[in-house]
Design a binder for this molecule. Structure first.
Ligand code: ADP
Length: 496
């Protein structure tokens, strides 16, 4: 038997998963690592610990499954996106902890970039908005705040990378310094139309080109590792959300996936044309494969599965997340719940919105609240999907789903009913790791073509819409009214 080894380097854990020729998982190992919060709003990881846990789980999964390294055809990497590592090119020693995507320390600098009028240029070139979330301002912070870093960077002694680049460097013993186009497109430094680091952007952010990795495609042999006991090619890489889109076999323009976790992450393949958003969606590189760059529109919902956690831990009306499915089985009794706990994102973009529950009467029960909470996940996802459809001019034929909350069949049915579109849950839920495996396996011939991979993708369950459209539209209209009432709350009466 031969396998592809996927390394899935996430925000809280490092995982390694073996996939067989059918694209089925044949073993998983996982290790959590330390989260560092040195100041409010700052989030760091120890890049060395990331590497050590990643290497440990790769060795562990081989050992546990009694698979020899010589049976691994290739390694694919997928990773938490935007997180920044800066390290010494010669020794591989990080000069500082990694700055994690969640880290907000560059908020002031981002405000200054906006005030200086750079938003338009940056959106046009990168498809992104100016926000501390993305890597570029974090890299600049490191260069400015680690003693000596700027001088060393100018002399070519330092390497910058997102986690993909860091892992390839470590796996190859420091021989290879590369990133893939999907990860590069999250840095604020890449011109997504040309697939190249952009001199104007480097200028705006004051980044020396010498620290940057080479940008390569998402599926090719970048180098080899001998750390697992045989010489294995590293042959595929993509950021986690893009890898999930690939793992869901959304290869054609107009196909989309939604991941239902703490929040929701939705990506729609828009083919070879990047679509610029007016509604606050991001334009990003999905992957670069076989000489072709494929783009995606991306939108997210901040609070999705987290609303279920809140019912459990905050409101305490359920003991466990799965319990909600039975409790919410009937209608909402006229109750609408907008979980704008941290404001609202696409397409409302109101940081001052706050959680709102409306429509209660004396007949309202916890069952209605539970139903309204579940519906809020579907309504918010629907808002993002509608924004994507209107900007791309593409109506979805089906929505492919993954993530922890897709275990809830009722939620999936509500989603299908509201959208009027089939919602499809695949048999392999490890879509992120699978995407990385597919990218690697395509480069080495383990899998032959996109068509072959599409055939391997298999549905576990399809939720067909089963609601009268008029009813769905009426529910959606009420939802919009509730959203309107949640808006701009934290600023009214100066109660921010
Ligand atoms: P993340 O990767 O963001 O940690 P997961 O994909 O592991 O998220 O999904 C966990 C989320 O899914 C939690 O917010 C949890 O409340 C939610 N969840 C898990 N099971 C259910 C369920 N049966 N019904 C609704 N939500 C659920």
């Amino acid at each position: 038997m031969r396998y592809i080894l996927a390394l899935d380097q996430g925000t809280t854990s490092s995982r390694a998963i073996l996939f067989d020729k059918k694209g089925s998982p044949a073993g998983v190992a996982q290790q959590e690592f330390t989260q560092h919060f040195p100041q409010p709003g700052w989030v760091e990881h120890d890049a060395t610990e990331i590497w050590q846990t990643q290497l440990a789980v790769a060795r562990q999964v081989l050992e546990e499954q009694s698979v020899d390294a010589s049976q691994i055809d290739a390694i694919g990497i997928t990773n938490q996106r935007e997180t920044v590592v800066l390290w010494d090119r010669a020794t591989g020693e990080p000069v500082h902890n990694a700055l994690v995507w969640q880290d907000r320390r560059t908020a002031d600098f981002c405000d200054a970039l906006k005030a200086a009028g750079h938003a338009e240029t940056i959106q046009a070139k990168t498809g992104l908005v100016i926000d501390p979330y993305f890597s570029g301002t974090k890299l600049r912070w490191l260069l400015d705040n680690v003693p000596g870093a700027r001088d060393r960077a100018a002399r070519g002694e330092l390497c910058f990378g997102t986690i993909d680049a860091w892992l390839v460097y470590c796996l190859t013993g420091g021989d290879v310094h590369v990133t893939d186009a999907s990860n590069a497109s999250r840095t604020l430094l890449l011109n997504i139309h040309e697939g190249k680091w952009d001199p104007d952007l480097l200028d705006i952010l004051d980044i020396p080109e010498k620290v940057l990795p080479r940008v390569r495609s998402s599926s090719e042999i970048y180098g080899h590792t001998s750390l697992l006991g045989a010489d294995i090619p590293i042959a595929g890489m993509a950021g986690d959300q893009q890898a999930a889109l690939f793992g869901q076999a959304c290869h054609e323009s107009g196909m989309a996936k939604n991941t239902y976790g703490t929040g929701c992450f939705m990506l729609m393949n828009t083919g070879t044309e990047p679509i610029r958003s007016q509604k606050g969606l991001l334009t990003t590189i999905a992957w670069d494969l076989g000489g072709e760059t494929i783009y995606a529109l991306e939108g997210s919902v901040f609070i999705a599965g987290a609303v279920v956690q809140w019912l459990r831990d905050g409101l305490q009306i359920i003991d466990s997340a799965p319990e909600i499915e039975q409790l919410a089985a009937d209608d909402n009794g006229g109750v609408y719940f907008v979980p704008a706990f941290v404001g609202l994102g696409t397409p409302y973009w109101d940081p001052y919105a706050r959680g709102t529950m409306i429509g209660m009467t004396r007949g309202t029960t916890r069952a209605h609240v539970a139903r309204a909470a579940l519906e809020s996940i579907a309504f918010q996802s629907q808002d993002v999907i509608r924004a994507m459809a209107s900007e791309s001019g593409i109506e979805l034929s089906e929505l492919r789903v993954d993530g922890g909350a897709t275990a809830n069949g009722l939620l999936m049915q509500i989603q299908a009913d509201l959208l009027g579109t089939a919602v499809v849950r695949p048999t392999v839920q490890e879509t992120t790791a699978l995407g990385a495996a597919y990218l690697a396996g395509l480069a080495t011939g383990f899998w032959e073509s996109l068509e072959q991979i599409s055939r391997l993708w298999d549905r576990d369950k399809t939720f067909e819409p089963d609601m009268d459209r008029e009813k769905a539209q009426q529910l959606t209209r009420q939802w919009r009214r509730a959203v309107e009432r949640s808006g701009r709350w934290a600023t009214t009466e100066g109660d921010a």
